[in-house]
Design a protein around this ligand. Structure first.
Ligand code: TXA
Ligand code: MG
Length: 342
């Protein structure tokens, strides 16, 4: 099914399932989501169970009309209005104070709620058919990389959801930027496709949760979900920082040692370095400067290493500015903060 042609029969059926308390996995422009009725506490409980997710990790409520924001929040601050104007529908989630209508089951017990209006047309139509409010985490089992194609949703959640809508490849490939608007100055809790620079063009100053690119500092991230090991492939992943020549030399040397012990080795490379590695499986995520492609390919490549049963994986570090910040944030979490500088 392409984005242009949306099967209305399917949308109605998906809407009915969600209104009746069931779960539907669906495409968004960032990653696939696992949707249930955001205003039904039982649906949220089902989502946690299907994902194997701790229930203190709140869900994002997806809407399809700007008018649907006011009923689920205490107030719509000026900053939220401005951000919605510029970035909705799109890959931006805002944290606001919740209203009575949103059950604590959906917000992991918090008095705040995360809200996003996705740009994907299947998602929008399904949200409307479902009654306007769809709680949806990424459609992976907890700690696995978020799915960017329907096949990976089926692998993780097949048999645990009533329906999976196949919308083909997602466009962005990393989850939305999360910005908290409940304290004095806006703060990015999770970096994404919409960068701090883009947000600052709309709101004067935007801060960043200091845990975004740091190894466990003992400090708890402000988005509860960011504290869990995440996005992880099954093999042991290490990120290697340094000049291109040093990184290639180090990875080849390490992989030679692992291969001598009959371990299956893999590398996440860029187009520029792909031919330089002597390992079992080498996968490029795109050109070094092409951060949009790297963002789109990263989770797929991580999952493919699982398909190939690669045991030891090395990844080149990418530059950590712009969208690169979101890429590195996910990569170092996937590596459980195993980073080597050479
Ligand atoms: O792009 C996305 O945002 C995707 C698609 C499906 O829309 N969804 C997604 O949801 O990534 P999930 O559940 O995998 O990640 C939501 C993150 C978690 O880290 C969670 O802790 C945080 O948002 N979050 C949700 N509500 C929050 C709140 N009230 N305060 C702070 N963090 C919150
Ligand atoms: Mg997730």
């Amino acid at each position: 099914m392409t984005e242009e042609y949306v099967d209305q029969e399917l949308i109605r059926e998906a809407g009915r399932i969600i209104r009746e308390g069931g779960l539907v996995a669906f495409p968004t422009e960032t990653v696939y989501g696992l949707g249930g009725d955001a205003l039904n506490p039982l649906s949220s409980r089902k989502i946690y169970a299907a994902k194997g997710r701790p229930s203190d990790n709140p869900l994002i409520v997806h809407i399809a009309n700007l008018d649907d924001l006011a009923p689920i929040v205490r107030e719509v601050p000026e900053s939220a209005r401005k951000l919605a104007d510029h970035f909705w529908p799109g890959p931006l989630t805002m944290i606001l104070h919740k209203s009575e209508r949103v059950p604590h089951e959906t917000t992991g017990g918090l008095d705040t709620v995360a809200v996003r209006m996705p740009a994907n047309r299947i998602a929008q139509q399904m949200i409307l058919a479902a009654g306007g409010y769809v709680a949806a985490p990424s459609a992976n089992r907890s700690s696995r990389p978020s799915p960017t194609i329907a096949k990976y949703v089926a692998e993780d959640l097949g048999g645990r959801v009533e329906m999976i809508i196949d919308g083909g490849d997602v466009e962005i490939g990393l989850e939305s930027t999360i910005v908290d608007l409940t304290s004095d100055s806006p703060m990015i809790l999770r970096p994404g496709y919409i960068t701090r620079q883009k947000l600052e063009e709309v709101l004067c100053e935007v801060e960043e949760d200091s845990t975004i690119l740091k190894a466990d500092s003992g400090q708890a991230p402000k988005a509860p979900g960011m504290k869990y090991r995440h996005y992880a492939p099954k093999g042991e992943l290490t990120v290697v920082k340094g000049t291109e020549a040093d990184v290639v030399r180090y990875i080849n040397e390490q992989c030679r040692l692992h291969r001598a012990k009959s371990k299956k080795t893999g590398v996440i490379s860029t187009d520029e370095t792909q031919t330089l590695y002597r390992v079992d499986v080498c996968r490029s995520v795109g050109g070094r400067e092409d951060e949009q492609t790297i963002a789109r390919e990263l989770y797929r490549v991580l999952r493919e290493f699982d398909d190939d049963e690669v045991e030891i994986i090395y990844a080149e570090a990418f530059k950590d500015s712009g969208i690169g910040q979101a890429i590195m944030n996910r990569l170092i979490k996937a590596a459980g903060y195993r980073i080597v500088s050479v």
